[in-house]
Design a protein around this ligand. Structure first.
Ligand code: DGY
Length: 299
């Protein structure tokens, strides 16, 4: 059987596909299975490829895949829940700390040769310990961020889907961490109105998907001094970053590296590829994004 790899997969993933013919490319014609990544849009045309029996994405996010089409066309999809939870929560907390203590600015200051002498009020940030953290999204990653916050003696407010709860929490929190998946419901969940509700000096961190936050509105909220900082791992039009955000010294910006540790990326590659191998061998993988498709097929 033939498997199309839409990007390079690490050896840990390739090992799970032992016995399959692997080809790196983008045209799924003539393949039994496909391995894709979050940068590969998977539309109805790809999913309707004659003979295609399954797909695996090396990601927990599924917003790049037309799930409704996969459902109609009965294509099972394996994905990578759980394995990246802790690494992504680590990076979320790193961004909270970096934005609070102005680490990006401080490093640019030192490397730029501007550090002439120590001074009492140089690059003052804000405390993290003992503050209030709102975690928007109470899924696996949100809960892992909340566990870390407990170690910093923070008060954690978990926000679900309730609009009134979101508004009340935004007004109360010193830090807001966005961890919800992208959907029609969550696109621009944090826009001008929500940013205006945040406490003066509060810090926003986003490690979910860029379009959940209105980047232009966030840049305005930083430029006006209303927000005290931001930490972003994800952007609305990756790899483009809104030019107004790049101008904000108080924004810590990193290139979608939430799960980018060797151990986690190997775990993701292995889980996704093992899932696809199981689908192609007619074994039910535990990590199906659309289990109803499998149940229908075997029912
Ligand atoms: C995912 O898997 O969806 C993450 O964004 C990758 O880090």
């Amino acid at each position: 059987m033939r498997v199309l790899l839409m990007q390079d997969v690490s050896a840990a993933g390739v090992a799970e596909l032992d016995g399959f013919e692997l080809v790196r490319g983008s045209d799924p014609t003539g393949f039994d299975g496909v391995v894709c990544f979050l940068i590969d849009p998977v539309d109805e045309r790809i999913l309707a490829t004659p003979g295609l029996r399954g797909l695996a994405t090396v990601s927990v996010g599924l917003d790049h895949i037309d799930l409704a089409a996969a459902d109609r066309l009965n294509i099972p999809i394996a994905y990578t829940p759980d394995v990246l939870t802790e690494a992504t929560a680590d990076l979320t907390f790193a961004l909270i700390l970096a934005a609070a203590r102005r680490l990006g600015e401080a490093e640019r200051y030192l490397r730029g040769g501007r550090w002439r002498e120590w001074s009492f009020d140089l690059l003052l940030g804000t405390d993290v310990h003992g503050k209030t953290l709102a975690v928007i999204g109470s899924g696996r990653i949100g809960r892992a961020v909340a566990r870390r916050a407990e170690g910093f003696s923070m008060r954690v407010l978990a926000v679900g889907r309730d609009r009134a709860q979101l508004e009340a929490t935004l007004a109360e929190a010193d830090f807001v961490a966005v961890t919800v998946p992208l959907s029609d419901e969550t696109r621009h969940l944090i826009g001008p109105a929500e940013l205006a509700l945040m406490k003066p000096g509060a810090i926003l961190v986003n490690t979910s998907r860029g379009p959940v936050v209105d980047e232009a509105a966030l840049a305005d909220a930083l430029a006006s001094g209303h927000l005290g900082g931001a930490g972003l791992d994800v952007f609305e039009h990756e790899p483009e970053v809104h030019p107004a955000l790049l101008e904000q010294e108080r924004a810590v910006l990193v290139p979608h590296i939430g799960s980018a540790t060797r151990e986690t990326r190997d775990g993701m590659a292995a889980l996704a590829c093992r899932g696809l191998a199981q689908i192609l061998r007619n074994e039910r993988p535990p990590n199906l994004a659309n289990p109803q498709v499998w149940d229908r097929r075997s029912g």
